[in-house]
Design a protein around this ligand. Sequence first.
Ligand SMILES: Nc1nc2c(ncn2[C@@H]2O[C@H](COP(=O)(O)O)[C@@H](O)[C@H]2O)c(=O)[nH]1
Ligand SMILES: [Mg+2]
Length: 509
Amino acid sequence: MDHSDRTMLGDKALQSHGGEKPHIWSSLEGGPRIDIGKQIFCNRSLNMRNIVAIGFDMDYTLAQYKPETFESLAYEGTVRKLVYDLGYPQEMDRHKYVKVAYHGFRELSKEDKVGTYGNTFIRDSFDEPDYALIDTLFSLAEAYLFAQLVDLRDNNPGKVPEGADYPRMYKDVRAAVDLCHRDGTLKQVVAKDPKRYINEDTSIVPMLKMLRNSGRLTFLVTNSLWDYTNIVMNFLCASHKLEGGITCKFDWLQYFDVVITGSAKPGFFLEDNRANIFEVEPESGMLLNNDNGTPMPQVGSTSPKMLPKGLNKRYRVFQGGSVGHLHKLLSIESSTQVLYVGDHIYGDILRSKKVLGWRTMLVVPELEREVELLWELRDTRKQLRLLRNERDLVEDRVHHLKWSLKFESLGDDEKQNMISSLGELESRRDQVRLAHQQAQGDYHQKFHKIWGQLMKTGYQNSRFAHQVERFACLYTSQVSNLSLYSPDKCYRPSEDFMPHEFIFFPLEK
Ligand SMILES: Nc1nc2c(ncn2[C@@H]2O[C@H](COP(=O)(O)O)[C@@H](O)[C@H]2O)c(=O)[nH]1
Ligand SMILES: [Mg+2]
């Protein structure tokens, strides 16, 4: 590994977020070298000095679920509901992949793809209700199961319940997944053994402490309800202490000025949302009426019900409400003073940015490997560009020869020479085209066997990348990457390039 490799990749050994000694910016070892997979990327300038409050989503942002256990839990829970409540058969093959242009597990031919989706590249038109968006990791089990049912219906139509066409099957899967999230199928099991389902991240507490020491307010806004939130946050913020035998049920609340559970995002971000807000009594989970965050007496009582003794009143937990309540509780004067970190481009990022004007940071766990691979495959990319340039060059020469043969008055010898050159060039063009296609396919498969690069569709940015660019001011692979940067950092976007400017750049080094 040469020096530039070390600079780009940083020192992994120093940055183990799951390890005992988290490496954060404010520690003595903290500094400018950051592993590329853990860097924070910037779409729009963001000066952290202007940020007064930093908020976090919980599920798949602070809490990263383990795919090998959590996704199986979601998948199996959903299958049980489909089989026992909705009459679907039990046998469904598990070990295949799906892709948008697949029908079940059958890849659509080019013609079928055009027939189904049209041949234009309209990134924004694939919206609900005609399309289902798989844009949160929670949706994976659902997408996989639906593909299995499509296969089952095509191959064994008699085995799916009568009248179950594709739309109905999707609705059934959706309903079963939804129920799994509401009736305890997932949460009861995770709550019993969080360590089995959620990654430990010992950087979270130091990150929150650093942000708070820098004078920032911190808050949590999650769609999960209080009982589950308390279990997950206890695990994330106190698991190492719990192992020492200390039970610290609400200690984690000290890291947040306000906690809002059951927030019903994205509706939460609408300023005209009239949802009621309730204060949660942490011990009992009881909901207390309040007036815009101010405690009020319950009917039959003359004084507001106070939280249990010993629980610092400064730490406040709520359920429901809207962004208006939150701004009031935190004394936020302008939306641009708030940075919100979430994993769901639609539920967390799009509305909060577009409607409200909050600054946003999207967490994309797949990005870590994607960025590392981009770095590892830089020579391959250079080869691809060379092949592409060669293909263009040969194609241009073929066109030119064909034109000359058609329109120039040529002597017999000259014409013969041109015809044989044309033959050679056409065969070279076919070779280069094939080599380019194969190299391009191999390159994409390095990222994901079926999907290829997350942020690309061929040479263009994917729909997901397009949304990230539009709505996420910052994006990164893990929430705790924030701990690797100064809390006063001024994030600046990279320079924009138009296609004509690439003429002047040498191929990547
Ligand atoms: N009722 C449903 N709940 C769902 C579904 N998918 C996810 N979820 C739940 O939402 C929250 C997400 O919390 P956040 O911290 O990311 O805001 C979590 O409790 C999930 O269980 C669904 O399809 N239906
Ligand atoms: Mg989330």
